[in-house]
Every structure is written in structure tokens, then in C-alpha cells.
Design a protein around this ligand. Structure first.
Ligand SMILES: *Cc1c(COP(=O)(O)O)cnc(C)c1O
Length: 358
């Protein structure tokens, strides 16, 4: 299917950010977007790159009322040679299609959306920032648009990709964060939608995050919904704990999001000969390890922050300092390796990187 490209008028182009050190996260979008429509019986039609503009949908659109919305988050990187690179982008669209299945939404043609994304980024290439640690954040999104107020899967959808330059995700940068172990609210239960990147999961997490923020925490650490016992993940990141010489992360057992960064950490740690285990990890084991000095490091993983070291864990109103409140050695090594591959500075032996500019 041919992708139509309609460029914005030169006079309508937005000013680019003047200072790349102040980009922040998620504040800016570029001049264009990719869009396509789905109609029952016709499948996906009209793939196009067009000037960035507001959407026009019915106030009765089913996505607004019943939450049929899925999204992805990935990045394009300015390599040291000036080229633009993607990191494991196909894995994001595989996950998007898995989310689509769970939410009774139509899957997309991977090659088509990848091509649409490349065309969009190449057109808006001057928006890909150059400062260390900056990138172009990419947000593919699907939403149900059929105007209908009864509960059932929608018959029409739009899929779009918007992009924008971002700096470091956390204000703290690589400074360790304080996390609050949440024992009242839950994020997702096995059998629910926790493995899908869908809007409702994040709406469900906001109250816990706000309450934790008031107490001075950056993030909450979720425990499993059934027992409030096993460690799951943090905000928009998977979690890893280095206890003794074992690096542990929760298994993909039906309630956590299968992170691309999580998978990269597992593969790289494996390459380095680190003992990496996917297993259910009781919070009591983490706390005991923190008390007897065996908890060497803890960190979150996600596209936005890459590796986010944890400096303090608070559970049942008690604080436990991790890695002396600093970024641990393994966290640092993983951060350097993953960002090194993403920016084309280190060998890409897994074939994760794709150059999209000539
Ligand atoms: C997106 C996300 C992650 C991280 O996934 P990456 O593919 O590594 O960016 C982890 N947990 C949740 C809940 C997420 O939404």
C-alpha cells in the first residue's frame, strides 16, 4: 500500500527548540504525523504522513467511553556519525499487535507502519536532537472511533504516530530514585490487561503515584494483585534486583508489561556471564537482602529512562537504602552498554539497530 506524503507549508513549520539541554520529556511534537484509518470490511486504509494537526472524532467515539486505546513508546537516536537509528523497533510493533489482540482491536501490518514511521522521521529528521542523552521519542497510538454508546468492540479505528524531541526522562537524570512499595492499590492482575500497553492501566495507577509523590517518592513499586507479596514493576518500568550475584526480575506471568529494555538487559547480562533469573521475588526477600547487605543494586528499565537506579526502597513506612543511595556498578555498565548500542558507539552484535537515514 502506498503511503501518501503531504508536507506542511514552509510558513507553517514550528520553531525548533532553542536549547537541547532543556528538552524535558513529552512536551514537544514535530511538524508531521503518520495516520491511517480502519473501517470494518475495508481493513486499514489511507496510510499517510500529513502536517501535525488536531484529530476530529465524535464525542460518542467508543475509545473515549470504553478505553479501547493502545500505544507504544520507542525512540530514534542521532548516531555519532549524524545518521538516525532505531533500536529494536519491530519488537514494539509486535507488542502493539499483542496489545491489539487483548483489547479486541485490529492488528496493523508491521511493514506498513514501520515504513510510515521511517518516512515520518526522515521528513522530520531535523527535529532529532544531537545533545548527549537526547533522542526523538516515537508514540504509535490506536484508538476506537466508532460513534456508539453500547459496550462492544468498535468497528472503526485510527492509528497514528506522533514524534517529538526529548531529553533525559527523569529530572534527576541518573541519580537514584526513591520508590515506595505499594501495599494498598494494585496495577494489574493476572488475566487482566497488565501485559498490554493500554491507557486504562495508567489511569488505574495515577492515584497511587500521586499519593506516593506527596510523601516524597518518585515511583511506586507494585506488588502482585492476589497476594501483595511478589514484586512486579514500577510505573512504566520493569524492575531488576541484584541480590548477591543473582540478577532477578519478575517473570512474564500475565500481569507485567514485557519491556523491550527488560529483554535487552536479560540478553546483555547473559552475554556478560551474569546469573540472570526470571522468577517470582517476594518483597520480604528484597527487604531481608537489604537488611543483611545482600541487596547490591536495584534498577528500573524502560525506553524513556533506559536504566533508572533505585537508591531507596520504602516498605511499611521503613526506609532501606540501596547501593549506598548511589548508582550501582552494574546499573552503570548496563546503561553505558545499551545507550552505546543505541547511539552507534558500541558494537551491535544482536542486530538491534537499524539506520534509517542514507
Ligand atoms: C512501556 C512500559 C515498560 C517498559 O517497556 P520498554 O519496552 O522497555 O520501554 C514497562 N512497564 C510498563 C508498565 C510500561 O508501560
Amino acid at each position: 500500500m502506498e503511503i501518501l506524503v503531504k508536507k506542511a507549508d514552509a510558513g507553517a513549520l514550528k520553531p525548533k527548540p532553542a536549547d537541547e539541554s532543556k528538552l524535558g520529556f513529552g512536551n514537544i511534537t514535530t511538524d508531521h504525523m503518520f495516520l491511517m484509518d480502519y473501517e470494518a470490511g475495508k481493513e486499514w486504509i489511507n496510510p499517510r504522513v500529513v502536517p501535525y494537526e488536531n484529530l476530529s472524532i465524535s464525542p460518542a467515539a467508543m475509545g473515549i467511553h470504553y478505553g479501547q486505546e493502545i500505544f507504544e513508546g520507542l525512540k530514534a537516536y542521532r548516531g555519532k556519525d549524524g545518521g538516525i537509528y532505531l533500536f529494536r523497533a519491530r519488537d514494539n510493533f509486535i507488542r502493539l499487535n499483542n496489545s491489539a489482540k487483548r483489547l479486541c482491536m485490529p492488528e496493523v501490518d508491521m511493514d506498513l507502519v514501520m515504513e510510515g514511521m521511517r518516512k515520518l522521521i526522515v521528513l522530520d529528521r531535523d527535529w532529532v536532537p544531537r545533545n548527549e542523552g537526547t533522542s526523538l521519542y516515537i508514540r504509535p497510538t490506536m484508538i476506537a472511533t466508532e460513534p456508539h454508546l453500547g459496550v462492544r468492540p468498535s468497528n472503526s479505528y485510527i492509528f497514528f504516530i506522533i514524534v517529538g524531541p526529548v531529553g533525559a526522562y527523569y529530572k534527576e537524570g541518573l541519580n537514584p530514585v526513591k520508590i515506595y512499595v505499594e501495599s494498598k492499590y494494585v496495577r494489574a492482575a493476572v488475566g487482566g490487561t497488565g501485559t498490554a500497553k493500554t491507557a486504562g492501566n495508567y489511569a488505574a495507577s495515577l492515584l497511587a503515584a500521586e499519593e506516593a509523590k506527596v510523601k516524597g517518592f518518585t515511583q511506586v513499586l507494585w506488588l502482585d494483585a492476589a497476594n501483595h507479596r511478589f514484586v512486579e514493576e514500577v510505573g512504566t518500568m520493569n524492575m531488576f534486583f541484584l541480590i548477591g550475584d543473582e540478577l532477578i526480575t519478575a517473570p512474564l506471568n500475565g500481569s507485567i508489561l514485557p519491556g523491550v529494555t527488560r529483554d535487552s538487559v536479560i540478553k546483555i547480562a547473559g552475554d556478560w556471564g551474569i546469573k540472570i533469573t526470571e522468577r517470582s521475588l517476594p518483597i520480604d526477600e528484597v527487604i531481608e537482602a537489604a537488611q543483611n547487605g545482600k541487596l547490591k543494586e536495584a534498577f528500573g528499565t524502560g525506553t524513556a529512562a533506559v536504566i533508572s537506579p533505585v537508591g531507596q526502597i520504602t516498605y511499611k513506612e521503613k526506609d532501606y537504602i540501596v547501593a549506598g543511595g548511589k548508582m550501582g556498578e552494574l546499573s552503570h555498565r548496563l546503561y553505558d552498554e545499551i545507550t552505546g548500542i543505541q547511539y552507534g558507539k558500541r558494537p551491535d552484535k544482536h542486530g538491534w539497530v537499524e539506520r534509517i537515514t542514507k
